[in-house]
Write a protein that binds this ligand. Structure first.
Ligand code: PGA
Length: 242
């Protein structure tokens, strides 16, 4: 199995045009790796597209071209040079009421059009406290990946909801056992033993050193810290050069 690590930046809706151009002036001379995938707010995507790192969409609609005002469909994304889509982020599950069934449709439509998928999964604080983490992960993963036939185009990001934007990071032991559990689920439910699993939630240039000690980790998904060029470059350096 290829031992590639990934650094993914989810820039959410945190930047305006001015901060995007400042950011690009710094990172475009420094990131030369297709193991880095940036997910800008979609209107800024054309500024980011280049041949040096990969660019993805934070969301997608699950139909072919048609009358879906305000949405972007996979065929359009593909035609712009997008290679990857973030699906199932907790912002979308919680704020936009995205169900496992919608997530599954999005996954299948992306794969059909040759787009890779980063599938986000993770438990809420309440679910964690009720000791339901594994049950939640199993449900989210088995539902989202139903009918998938090419798992090489899927990366899973383990993002405990309580760790996103909170500066609370699980202990390495907790991350490690969740990652192992996710790999086991994909192997037993779908017969695919090489799934890549990232960790996401409150990563910064300081805690990345500790998180990188987890051998099972295939990379990280960085939210807020990915919008600070220097922070993000430091994180890339640590992850890719480990
Ligand atoms: P955070 O966000 O790094 O700001 O916690 C992670 C995410 O939203 O994917």
């Amino acid at each position: 199995m290829e031992n590639k690590k990934y650094v993914v930046g989810n820039m959410k809706t945190l930047m305006d045009r001015k901060s995007v151009s400042k950011y690009l002036k710094i990172v475009n001379d420094k990131i030369f790796s297709n193991q880095v995938i940036l997910f800008p707010t979609s209107i800024y995507v054309p500024y980011f597209l280049n041949q040096y790192y990969r660019v993805g969409l934070q969301n997608i609609y699950f139909e072919s071209m048609g009358s879906y005002t305000g949405e972007i469909v996979p065929i359009q994304a593909k035609s712009m040079g997008i290679s990857c889509v973030l699906i199932g982020h907790s912002d979308r599950r919680l704020n936009f009421k995205e169900t496992d069934s919608i997530i599954n449709k999005k996954v299948l439509e992306c794969l059909m059009h040759g787009l890779s998928v980063i599938l986000c999964v993770g438990e809420t604080l309440e679910e964690k406290e009720l000791l339901k983490t594994t049950r939640v992960l199993k449900k989210q993963i088995t539902y989202a990946l139903r009918d998938v036939d090419d798992f090489r185009q899927i990366i899973i990001a383990y993002e405990p909801v309580w760790a996103i934007g909170t500066r609370k990071v699980p202990k390495n032991e907790e991350i490690k056992s969740a990652i192992q559990y996710i790999k086991d689920i994909v192997a037993t439910e779908f017969g695919y033993a090489d799934i890549k699993v990232l960790y996401g939630g409150s990563i910064d240039s300081k805690n990345i050193h500790t998180i990188c000690k987890i051998d099972e980790l295939d990379g990280v998904l960085v939210g807020n810290a990915s919008t600070d060029a220097k922070e993000f470059l430091d994180i890339i350096e640590v992850v890719l050069n480990k």
